[in-house]
Design a protein around this ligand. Structure first.
Ligand SMILES: [Zn+2]
Ligand SMILES: [Zn+2]
Length: 414
């Protein structure tokens, strides 16, 4: 379930509600449209039960992980959708280890320079929290068993701060007003905070096409915005908007939707995979490579949308194995384009997982090689594939990829 965040409009201050995956903000009061630009994970705070003097308020960091974890071990390829919020400040006595369902049940606020409180430092590394998230999802290996690969895909990482209030009687949970630690217990702990860090500040920028100046379009949770004026696509990068190289596979009169895929060109020297023919051979496909496939560079085709892991792998595998049927060309932005909700960086993370999923002889030949596998010369292109309406499913004719309409809808709240 997505978190709901209360957000003041950067122009008029009007209340806007966002979810944690939203990158675009549209104000219904003044009509302004902005995109959010942050450095690293977004940071939110749980609402306090009652307003208090800020010099007695401490904010304890929790790290929230929501996404899919894939694990390749001797037992095969497994996956799970994990949603967990773990304490990242270890030394505070009485701090609940997890926030449970509180973040989902309450409306959070984004922290900013006006959130005056003392921020307790994070003492547990993000990597350790991810490992813990894998343990929560039971995606760990048994003793003596080999872990070949673990990947976190389509995740959102965010900080959620729990307000703590220091009074004479001890430290209280600022949301429930329950006593967490008595003054005696507290003497062993240090409540040493620091002030708001400039690097945490989220900025808002107008959604203007950097090339032609027209307004960009996109769903609130999109990772790529489109310009219907100059037919360009733009992703959110560290330094603002970055142009995305895009193509489409031409549809027919029956086309009702175009689903976006990341076409990830990559070579895998460790397995001597340079062409699609190499891939077909190394992964032991039940068909022979055609002569031309030796000249066709290898691409991993990754859905540019969030999907449940089973469907995600199925679609990736099928599109990757049918890549010789796909002939992307340049084109114009269409109304039928489905929004990109999985960023390119996540598609890169997926390459080794798709390699494992596509390997028919996987367990024997490919899995043990995964720890050594490095991809080189990786480049990405966004390709929209035409789909036809088959009742409950969208079907992509060239590849046979079929995605349930409800699966597509549900993926957006993952
Ligand atoms: Zn406004
Ligand atoms: Zn433009």
């Amino acid at each position: 379930m997505n978190l709901r965040i209360e957000q003041g409009c950067p122009q008029c201050g009007g209340p806007v509600e966002l979810t944690e995956t939203d990158r675009l903000l549209t104000c219904s009061f003044c009509g302004i449209r902005n995109y959010l630009q942050g450095n690293g994970p977004f940071r939110y705070v749980l609402p306090m039960a009652k307003p208090l003097r800020t010099d007695s308020v401490f904010l304890a960091p929790y790290l929230r992980f929501k996404g899919t974890i894939y694990l390749v071990s001797e037992r095969g390829l497994s996956h799970r959708v994990v949603d967990t919020t773990q304490a990242a400040a270890a030394s505070v006595v009485g701090l609940p280890p997890s926030l449970g369902v509180r973040p989902q049940a309450m409306r959070l606020r984004r922290i900013d320079a006006d959130t005056r409180a003392s921020y307790l430092p994070r003492q547990i590394k993000a990597g350790a929290i991810l490992t813990k998230a894998a343990a929560v999802g039971k995606l760990t290996v048994r003793t003596g068993e080999q872990l070949f690969h673990r990947a976190y895909i389509g995740e959102s990482l965010s900080y959620i701060y729990l307000p703590l209030v220091r009074k004479r009687q001890g430290v209280f949970d600022g949301v429930t007003d329950l006593l967490l630690a008595t003054p005696e217990q507290l003497s062993k702990t240090s409540l040493q905070g620091r002030s708001f860090q400039e690097a945490w500040q989220v900025r808002f920028f107008p959604t203007i096409c950097p090339q032609c100046g027209a307004g960009l379009e996109g769903a609130t949770d999109c990772q790529v915005m489109v310009c219907v004026h100059c037919h360009t696509t733009w992703s959110f990068a560290q330094e603002g908007l970055a142009a995305v190289d895009w193509r489409l596979v031409p549809g027919s009169a029956a086309t009702r939707l175009y689903l976006p895929f990341w076409q990830m060109h990559a070579r895998i020297p460790t397995l001597a995979i340079n062409s699609f023919a190499d891939f077909v051979e190394r992964t032991n496909q039940p068909f022979l490579p055609r002569p031309l496939w030796g000249e066709q560079g290898m691409s991993f085709w990754v859905p540019a949308i969030k999907l449940r892991p089973k469907i995600f792998l199925q679609a990736s595998r099928q599109a990757t194995l049918s890549q010789w049927r796909l002939k992307p060309v340049t084109g114009r932005i269409q109304k039928l384009f489905f929004p990109v909700t999985l960023p390119e960086a996540e598609a890169r993370q997926a390459i080794k997982v798709i390699l494992a999923a596509a390997a028919t002889a996987g367990p024997r030949l490919i899995f043990p090689a995964l720890p050594q596998v490095r991809t080189t010369d990786v480049s990405a292109r966004l390709v929209y594939l035409p789909c036809i309406d088959k009742g409950h499913d969208w079907v992509q004719p060239e590849t046979g990829v079929a995605i349930g309409k409800n699966v597509l809808r549900l993926g957006r709240s993952m």
